[in-house]
Design a protein around this ligand. Structure first.
Ligand SMILES: Nc1ncnc2c1ncn2[C@@H]1O[C@H](COP(=O)(O)OP(=O)(O)OP(=O)(O)O)[C@@H](O)[C@H]1O
Ligand SMILES: [Mg+2]
Length: 255
């Protein structure tokens, strides 16, 4: 299992989306078009296991402009989730840089990284990572409450309605289906209106109709708010809807 799916990173993602956000200019800057929304250079991830060193990602390099829609595709085990975790600063690379709107998150300390995540990016985990002791509504309200937003409840309700869950507000994650949990996770990732939305197989647990509705919502956020989208997907149709595709094979970008 990658560390991006572990419980530590769930807590860290909670912090990512809930840390105190005083700096509204970070969000505004993230929508400037003259700096890439994301600039990745020389990114490498090596882990040690019983059999020695394992290179999971090697020499990953790419830029994404503000407002772009990009799909990350590749076989199971090619490194997609590991890459997304590094881009969100939920995991630390062995080498390389990840600049979000010009700021290298690898070089920041943990607090500064959490602040930048809270103001600039939303993350949808492959395994959802909802907080089990909070209802659907409370899960989505949390990032807003921790930055002191007054109308957290109203905004969270509105977003849950948009993903078709207005009848499930008081449900705890264990009483929601996989697809419902995935939609709560998307609502939580977007409730602070981040400039950059990273999603790991956001339709992986959804039936075709619900999957289309969720993807339509994400592309609408892109059109109406200029949200930069980076989606890991196995779905060819979704990949084709994105303006650009990045293909991973055995930890390397390929043409
Ligand atoms: N902490 C770790 N220790 C050892 N190996 C790891 C670790 N994290 C990931 N791997 C390995 O790295 C590879 C890439 O994993 P990753 O989860 O990024 O793949 P993926 O492309 O997201 O796959 P999937 O499509 O199945 O979700 C896998 O072979 C995995 O076993
Ligand atoms: Mg994965």
């Amino acid at each position: 299992m990658t560390s991006t799916t572990g419980s530590d990173s769930a807590a860290s993602a909670g912090a990512a989306q809930t840390a105190n956000a005083h700096d509204a200019t970070a969000v505004n800057n993230a929508r400037r078009s003259d700096v890439p929304a994301l600039a990745v250079a020389g990114l490498r991830k090596v882990v040690r296991d019983a059999t020695g060193e394992l290179t999971i990602l090697d020499n990953i390099q790419f830029n994404i402009d503000a407002g772009e829609t990009v799909a990350i595709v590749g076989a199971s085990g090619s490194g997609k989730s590991t890459l997304l975790g590094l881009l969100a600063g939920l995991d630390v690379p062995s080498a390389g840089s990840v600049k979000i709107n010009g700021t290298d998150i690898v070089a920041l300390d943990e607090d500064a990284r959490a602040r930048l995540r809270a103001t600039s990016l939303g993350f949808v985990f492959q395994s959802f990572q909802l907080l089990p002791h909070l209802t659907a509504l409370e899960n989505v309200m949390l990032p807003l409450e921790l930055v002191g937003q007054a109308d957290a409840s109203e905004r969270a309700r509105r977003l849950l309605e948009e993903v078709g869950l207005s009848a499930r507000l008081q449900h705890y994650p264990r009483t929601l289906s996989g697809g419902e949990q995935q939609r709560v996770a998307l609502a939580r990732a977007y409730v602070t209106e981040p400039a950059l939305l990273l999603a790991d197989e956001p339709t992986g647990s959804l039936d075709a109709a619900t999957g289309t509705a969720v993807i339509d919502l994400m592309f609408r956020l892109n059109r109406e708010h200029g949200t930069t989208l980076l989606l890991v997907t196995h779905d060819r149709e979704i990949a084709a809807r994105c303006a650009r595709r990045l293909s991973l094979a055995a930890g390397r970008l390929v043409d």
